[in-house]
Ligand binder design. Structure first.
Ligand code: ADP
Ligand code: ADP
Length: 227
């Protein structure tokens, strides 16, 4: 199994578990949605996976590398995990290509340029290299954020409510694009959403969360069938 998550727990307040015994296994290239209402623990889970919070229990391994368990904790920047934030967090003073190249500082100049071109092609924004974020639509900014996150070839990509900043019409159009981008890049991804339609349209597997606990897990067709 590519990713193994076991019994992850986290409390902000000692009396209440924001995440309570979260376990799952993920195959390489799989796209998983964590679906739940506001307050169910989705953001906390992403913060735990990214290394922005320290769990009180549990373990997380990617390809036999322990990311955290009761004895060890790899720092966020060393995890090889990419993240797309709700507000995209693009650098406003940098062009599209500068934003994407930002995380590739270990590469030589020519190699960097080639990788930027490659990911821009995946997100279908070839030709937009010299634009600044404010010259792009919301959907285009989102695709730049995804390109930036996948450029260093992360082991895992985390996306926080990828559609919350887009209007409803664009959201419908872009769901399919997001799935295609993730599949074209062969990226293993976890995205969190409160919107069942996002989860159904994009994920290979849906994990439903309530009060920090998994209440259901299955393929989109199983979830649809259960209702
Ligand atoms: P979601 O992302 O699904 O809306 P969160 O992970 O933000 O859920 O929150 C899970 C639970 O943890 C909620 O009960 C929330 O009130 C609580 N919580 C979230 N962040 C904090 C915090 N910084 N301090 C205290 N409690 C928090
Ligand atoms: P997408 O579906 O990719 O989000 P839109 O249909 O929203 O794209 O935008 C169409 C065109 O309008 C794009 O070429 C984009 O660059 C341009 N555009 C959208 N919003 C802005 C903006 N705020 N400033 C400049 N150009 C914009």
């Amino acid at each position: 199994m590519f990713i193994s998550i076991e019994n992850v727990c986290f409390c902000y307040d000692p009396k209440e578990r924001a995440v309570d015994g979260f376990s799952m296994k993920i195959e390489k290239g799989e796209v998983v949605s964590i679906l739940g209402p506001s307050g169910s623990g989705k953001s906390t889970l992403l913060r735990l996976f990214a290394g922005l919070e320290v769990p009180c229990e549990g373990s997380f391994t990617i390809e036999d590398v322990v990311i955290f368990n009761d004895k060890s904790f790899i720092q966020p920047e060393k995890r090889g995990i990419g993240m797309v934030f709700q507000d995209y967090a693009l650098f406003p003073h940098m062009t599209v290509e500068e934003n994407i190249a930002f995380g590739l500082n270990k590469m030589k100049k020519a190699e960097k340029k080639a990788r930027v071109a490659e990911v821009l092609e995946i997100v279908e924004l070839t030709g937009y290299e010299k634009r600044y974020p404010h010259q792009l639509s919301g959907g285009q900014q989102q695709r730049v954020a995804i390109a930036r996150a996948i450029a260093p070839n992360p082991n895992l990509l985390l996306l926080d409510e990828p559609f919350s900043n887009l209007d409803a019409e664009l959201q419908v159009k872009i769901r399919k694009d997001l799935r295609n981008i993730l599949k074209a890049a062969g990226i293993t991804a976890i995205f969190v959403t409160h919107d069942e339609n996002d989860a159904l349209a994009i994920a290979d597997r849906i994990v439903q969360l309530k009060d920090g606990k998994i209440v259901h897990s299955g393929r989109p067709c199983d979830i649809l069938g259960a209702q």
